[in-house]
Design a protein around this ligand. Structure first.
Ligand code: CTP
Ligand code: MG
Length: 222
């Protein structure tokens, strides 16, 4: 089915410490951002709106050289503002996927699971279990333990009925920065389904994340 998509790529990538903002840095032979743009275009995303840094147009066009079918918008100071600006650039859509450029390896099967769950829910997110035990820390010391049974690690892309997430973002605007878009929809009462995430969707955050630990998503490419 047709779906709109947003990729937020307007951050500074400070923690990654790469020579370029991390979304434009190299990952497995091509720019980080290019990976998910190619995957979402191949999956049929239309429109595909990418939030980029102020004055980041040249870097984005270089990273996406030869690709067509995307539009660029200037992002905001926070991730949430970048999403809000990208949502404003979409005139109409039934469903929208919102994705972090910082998660380049996006298995198409995750997209299918998310879109499937949207048939019954206003939102859907990919999650993984927590396998480590969890500790509360105070002053460098263990102050208690937390049960992990009901905790999940949440990834992107996150999928939403377009009108629901657009309205939820408008209501949330001005509040504290949201961790992700599912939190924004949840605050407006939207029901969000969990689907299986994928370890390959790991987010590139720190410099060491750029050291490859998992095999490439697609064999024979990049
Ligand atoms: N992002 C964005 N606009 C912002 C901040 C973040 O579009 N104002 C995007 C980033 O480009 C990234 C995603 O949100 O794709 C997740 O954010 P994060 O991993 O924190 O990336 P950065 O903010 O760029 O990194 P850092 O916090 O280390 O500076
Ligand atoms: Mg950040």
């Amino acid at each position: 089915p047709a779906f709109a998509a947003i990729i937020v790529a307007a951050g500074k990538g400070i923690r990654a410490g790469q020579p370029l903002p991390k979304q434009f840095a190299d990952w497995r032979g091509k720019p980080v951002l290019r990976h998910s743009v190619e995957t979402l275009l191949e999956a049929g995303a239309a429109p595909l709106v990418i939030a980029i840094p102020e004055n980041g147009e040249a870097a984005a066009h270089t990273a996406l050289d030869g690709l067509a079918g995307y539009t660029l918008v200037a992002g905001g100071v926070t991730r949430q503002q970048s999403v809000a600006r990208a949502l404003s650039a979409i005139e109409s859509a039934d469903t929208v996927l919102i994705h972090d450029a910082a998660r380049p390896d996006l298995p198409p099967a995750v997209i299918e699971r998310l879109l499937g769950a949207l048939e019954t829910h206003a939102g859907a997110i990919p999650v993984l279990p927590v396998v480590d035990s969890l500790a509360f820390e105070e002053e460098g010391m263990m102050a208690g333990a937390a049960p992990r049974e009901h905790l999940r690690r949440v990834q992107t892309p996150q999928a939403f009925r377009f009108a629901a997430i657009r309205d939820a973002h408008a209501i949330w605007a001005g509040e504290a920065d949201a961790g992700d878009d599912a939190q924004v929809l949840r605050a407006s009462g939207g029901e969000i389904a969990h689907v299986a995430g994928d370890e390959r969707l790991a987010k590139l955050t720190f410099a060491e994340d750029f050291m490859t630990r998992l095999p490439p998503l697609r064999t024979g490419m990049g």
